[in-house]
Ligand binder design. Structure first.
Ligand code: FAD
Length: 480
């Protein structure tokens, strides 16, 4: 730090990526300040008593396969700061119809057994990558570059570049395609598009390698552990300080923005070149989500016990039905029977609700920026597979796509991935550029999920942005 600067680096936004960037920079010997607009740290990892006293809900992210497996978070020893992962043996129950359910189990063998004739094909697809998951994930959660294990990456890449519908053709039955398509659909991209298989593969592999865990007490525990780590190494955090322009920040060698392109333009547009601004303006956002959280009098009364045992339930139907629901939303229409993702964290985490009670959440995809109220559609669909569900609702809290953006400006139009992750924008976020974290201003950097490797709680956008800052502003090679 020189005499004229207050900090070496100031980071705006305390989502997983802002926190990861702040920790990586602070632990490299820099002095850093992390500024957050909300009164609570964590961005998409915040939890809150949204319904009734004693019921704790994850406002946004809830299930953390990538949070647990994150190559950066894993190095931080977050368990020392109270983080505890809890999982169920069953990660996903995918409902094809009322008496037709297939599950993604933590155990590869059990998943294979549930897939009948397609089991061996599923095993052949997954086994090489489950066995090499530790080596593979850091290659996937990174910007485009020559990979450390080129043969492994090439083998994975050949499968991952396919569309989900192409990947599905290697199976004979309906179960494996539906199960994988339900996972791929988290990315909110039409399943016929290239690279949609990658989302199914990465998240299914993670389920077998590390599970789909929740953080005990709520996702906030992950945020709190990251904050505790950051402060323990000397980082400074200011909450409740929304930034309208970078000129409001203390002087620093580097400003790192955990915000999406729309807000980069607002915060720093006048510091960027015209051509960079033009390219940022062309960044595309995807569909939004409508989410409901419930306080429940007991577990959801699913007819099929496989749904009762799974942390996540996909109400999706077979692949063909799911594909048309996703396509409809993508074209800007609200699907009458939307794809619904249901989460039941208190089944494994008794700290989330008073004794005998439960919490649950569900969201569905809606058109970008839509004010549609999807609550009835969501509750009717759950009721169809869990008769009596509405009778056990004690209280509910919901947010449409517009309210989602009001809660967190990064979810533009309700887009929880902060930008479409189709093949063009998955690798080239926010634009095609050798260093996607650097902007046209030498001291301003981006680290949000609008940069590679994109959405999800893993902190790797922040980690890689920090490497760019270290190299460009401080002449340091990688911190690790
Ligand atoms: C409903 C929902 C469900 C999800 N489920 C999952 C899940 O189960 N698993 C998973 O891995 N991911 C999930 N996600 C996605 C995940 O939350 C995001 O991908 C992740 O949080 C992105 O991290 P980030 O650090 O880039 O940004 P964010 O987490 O969005 O954090 C950005 C932070 O910057 C702050 N900020 C923005 N602008 C300013 C400003 N001008 N001044 C000051 N502060 C500012 C915001 O307040 C926020 O705290 C979900 C998201 C949503 C909304």
């Amino acid at each position: 730090m020189t005499a004229a600067t207050a900090y070496d680096a100031v980071i705006v936004g305390s989502g997983p990526n802002g926190l990861a960037a702040a920790i990586a920079l602070q632990s490299s010997g820099l002095s850093t300040l992390l500024v957050e607009g909300a009164d609570t740290a964590g961005g998409g990892m915040r939890s809150s008593a949204l319904t009734l006293p004693g019921f704790m809900h994850d406002v946004c992210s809830a299930i953390h396969p990538l949070g647990r497996a994150s190559p950066f978070f894993k190095t931080l020893g977050l368990e020392r700061f109270g983080l505890q992962w809890i999982e169920s043996t069953s990660s996903v129950a995918h409902v094809l119809s009322s008496n037709h359910v297939v599950t993604l189990e933590r155990s590869l063998d059990q998943t294979v057994a549930a897939l009948g004739g397609d089991g061996q094909r599923y095993r052949d697809l997954m086994t090489p990558f489950v066995e090499s998951f530790e080596k593979l994930l850091p290659l996937i959660l990174a910007p485009l570059r020559f990979p450390e294990h080129p043969f492994l990456m090439a083998r994975f890449g050949l499968e991952a570049v396919q569309s989900m519908t192409t990947l599905a053709r290697r199976f004979d039955g309906h179960e494996a395609p539906a199960l994988l398509a339900g996972i791929a659909a988290h990315a909110m991209i039409p399943l016929e598009e290239p690279v949609t298989a990658s989302f199914a593969l990465v998240l299914a592999l993670a389920a077998h390698a590390v599970g789909w865990p929740v953080a005990k007490g709520g996702s906030q525990s992950l945020a709190d552990a990251l904050v505790a780590h950051y402060e323990a190494i000397g980082g400074k955090l200011q909450l409740g300080r929304p930034v309208n322009h970078v000129s409001e920040l203390p002087h620093a060698h580097a400003i790192v923005l955990d915000v999406s392109p729309k807000n980069v333009l607002r915060l720093a547009g006048d510091r960027l070149t015209r051509s960079y601004v033009d390219r940022l303006r062309r960044f595309r956002y995807g569909p939004g989500v409508y989410k409901v959280d419930w306080a429940l009098d007991g577990p959801i009364p699913w007819t099929d016990p496989r749904c009762t045992g799974a942390l996540t339930v996909h109400l999706a139907g077979p692949l063909s039905e799911l594909a048309s629901r996703i396509a409809e939303t993508h074209e800007g229409r609200f699907a009458k029977r939307p794809f619904i993702i249901v989460g039941q964290p208190s089944l494994v985490d008794e700290t989330r609700a008073p004794k005998g009670k439960q919490t649950a959440w569900a969201y569905c995809h809606v058109p970008h920026g839509s004010s549609v109220d999807a609550r009835i559609a969501i509750e009717s669909e759950i009721e169809r597979y869990a008769p009596g569900f509405r009778d056990i609702v004690l209280a509910r809290s919901s947010r449409n796509a517009i309210e989602m953006e009001a809660h967190n400006p990064n979810y533009v139009g309700g887009d929880i991935n902060s930008g479409v992750s189709d093949w063009k924008q998955l690798f080239f976020r926010p634009m095609a550029k050798v260093d996607p974290y650097a902007t046209s201003a030498e001291n301003i950097f981006l680290c949000s999920s609008s940069t590679p490797p994109g959405g999800g709680v893993h902190g790797m956008c922040g980690y890689w942005a920090a490497q760019s800052v270290l190299k460009r502003r401080f002449g340091q090679a990688r911190s690790r």
